[in-house]
Ligand binder design. Structure first.
Ligand code: HEC
Length: 463
């Protein structure tokens, strides 16, 4: 493949004034690619590749967004052809690391590429990354489809005070407050925290937002949000947004302050870190049926992490759900030695049934939230155990590993220590609601049932 590309490039570079040897090479090259040549010739940027980029890439790959280059036009994309082939064929781009071989396969806002789309991109690159007919270009994506606010235009944007992160120094932890300015109970329909610009993104490790009572100065340290803190949402590098299901929300009591609990690290130059919190509310006075929770669960795995040098280690964590629940979203969390994480359900049935719901490769740069498609989101009985299984790779095979010769242990603070838990988004159900949701699921179209056969296990699970 590589030689084919080289020949094509050479052929193009040589232009019309071909030397005899170049012609010979070119003929050899055409012979070598004869099998795939007819389709290769037809794959162009404007007709075949731009629609894929517009759906799966340009939300980040456009000017002033988080990616290093724009992929909006042929001229933007052409110089990156080889890197694009490499990243998409390894499924490193777009950042979406779900294991496609097991568990639930339907997610909201899934930007991942199909095998055919990857093959199209590879053919486009191997065929010389041709532009094609400009008239074939798809229309530019609408700005609301690619805005950084994944939740749509927020009703309220809280700007936390700007924080000067010095050029050098240890990791910094602390909190910053800003008033919400709400005068009555309001239910949050969607929420997202974002880091405003490129330099801020480099220094923010994570930022957790809470709603706190004004005057509550208790700083319980990282991740606590202080005494009265009601956890709202986290920002971490590469994080997208949680989509609350229809009729689920979180109550924001009046008169609270937004508080962000931050972790910054210095990068060799002074940076003004700017963080915002965007909220979409339900209409005033509206009370949604369900309260949406989002918590770090399966934590036990994280407390006794013990990873010898040059080894791969697995740890398991468990959290029991005391009520029946609908599980809405999953986000793995580990640090730089993290390799792979799974969420399994252990049903309170006799005999015990277990089911792997989701597994994903881990990449520390991407704290991706996987929002289950509503038609297949797990509906579980009271007493179900969430089983979080984490693997860490402390060998040289992990290219993010700073030093495979060192032992690594648990730590809640520093990025170089390890963690292992899942962020779980869910809402509680009464036993009656559970039965009703299950019945509705079973009556629904078969295509909406989880690929794993979860509906069968669920219907037989007895609390
Ligand atoms: C959620 C945001 C996001 C999406 C979606 C995304 N990218 Fe990226 N991409 C990034 C960021 C950030 C980087 C730089 C960090 C890195 O290299 O991982 C990057 C890096 C890359 C690179 C490496 C550039 C280099 O410096 O060598 C390539 C190639 C790339 N992306 C291609 C794509 C393609 C093609 C798609 C769609 C199929 C895509 N990306 C989708 C955010 C994104």
């Amino acid at each position: 493949m590589r030689t084919d590309v080289w020949f094509v490039r050479f052929f193009r570079a040589a232009g019309l004034g071909l030397l005899a040897t170049a012609t010979a090479f070119a003929i050899a090259a055409m012979g070598a690619t004869a099998q795939t040549a007819p389709t290769q010739a037809q794959v162009t940027f404007t007709k075949d590749v731009a629609p894929i980029f517009y759906r799966s890439c340009v939300r980040c790959h456009r000017p002033d967004e988080i990616a290093p280059m724009s992929l909006l036009t042929y001229n933007d994309a052409r110089p990156w052809a080889r890197a694009i082939k490499e990243r998409v064929s390894k499924r490193e781009m777009p950042p979406w690391f779900l294991d496609k071989t097991l568990g639930i396969q339907k997610y909201q806002n899934d930007p991942s590429l199909t095998d055919e789309e990857i093959a199209t991109i590879v053919k486009w690159v191997d065929g010389g990354a041709l532009q094609g007919n400009p008239a074939d270009m798809p229309p530019m994506p609408a700005s609301e489809d690619i805005t950084t606010w994944r939740i749509g235009q927020p009703d309220l944007v809280i700007k936390y005070p700007t924080f000067k992160v010095p050029a050098r120094g240890p990791d910094l932890y602390g909190t910053l407050d800003a008033p919400f300015g709400t005068a009555e109970d309001r239910y949050i329909k969607a929420i997202q925290s974002r880091v405003v610009d490129g330099s801020s993104r480099k220094v923010v490790h994570h930022a957790l937002s809470y709603a706190v009572e004004p005057g509550d100065n208790a700083d319980g340290g990282d991740d606590s949000g202080g005494g009265s803190g009601l956890f709202l949402v986290e920002y971490a590098s590469g994080k997208n947004a949680t989509f609350y299901p229809a009729d689920a929300g979180l109550l924001l009591p009046p008169g609270r302050n937004a508080r962000v609990s931050y972790h910054f690290h210095s990068i060799g130059e002074e940076v003004e870190a700017k963080i915002e919190l965007g909220i979409v509310f339900y209409p005033k006075g509206y009370v949604p049926k369900h309260i949406q929770w989002s918590k770090q669960l399966g934590q036990e795995a994280a407390t006794d992490i013990d990873i010898p040098a040059n080894s791969i280690v697995r740890r398991d964590g468990y959290t029991r759900l005391n009520s029946a629940a609908r599980i809405i979203a999953w986000q793995p969390h580990m640090h730089i030695r993290g390799k792979y994480q799974c969420l399994e359900l252990i049903y309170p049935s006799e005999p015990v049934k277990t089911e792997t719901v989701t597994c994903a490769r881990w990449n520390y740069n991407w704290h991706t939230i996987y929002n289950y498609d509503p038609g297949v989101a797990p509906i579980v009985p009271a007493g179900t155990l969430l089983h979080v299984i984490s693997w860490w790779d402390n060998t040289t095979n992990n290219r993010f590993n700073p030093d495979p010769k060192n032992w690594v242990g648990a730590g809640t603070g520093r990025t170089i220590d390890e963690m292992g838990f899942s962020w779980i988004g869910w809402y509680d159900l009464t036993d009656e609601e559970y039965k009703a949701e299950l019945a509705a699921r079973k009556a629904g179209p078969a295509k909406d049932r989880p690929a794993t056969g979860a509906s069968a296990a669920l219907s037989e699970a007895r609390p």
